[in-house]
Design a protein around this ligand. Structure first.
Ligand SMILES: [Zn+2]
Length: 57
C-alpha cells in the first residue's frame, strides 16, 4: 500500500508544499529552507501545518 501525500504549510513562512509521508529524507521549504519533515526510523514527522491530505491511488 502506498503512502499519502500531504499539502503542508510551512510554519516559518506561508509557502505550501506537497509532501510524501513515507519519504526517508528531510524535506525543506523551497522558500525559506525550514525543515518541513523529520524522519525518525521510517516514520516521517511533519512539522508544518497539514492543510490537506491526498490519497495516493
Ligand atoms: Zn518556509
Amino acid at each position: 500500500m502506498a503512502g499519502k501525500f500531504h499539502r503542508v504549510k510551512c510554519s516559518n513562512c506561508e509557502n505550501e508544499q506537497i509532501l510524501f509521508n513515507r519519504s526517508s529524507i528531510v524535506v525543506h521549504c523551497s522558500e525559506c529552507g525550514e525543515a518541513l519533515t523529520k524522519s525518525t526510523g521510517g516514520v516521517t514527522i511533519i512539522h508544518g501545518k497539514i492543510i490537506e491530505t491526498l490519497s495516493n491511488q
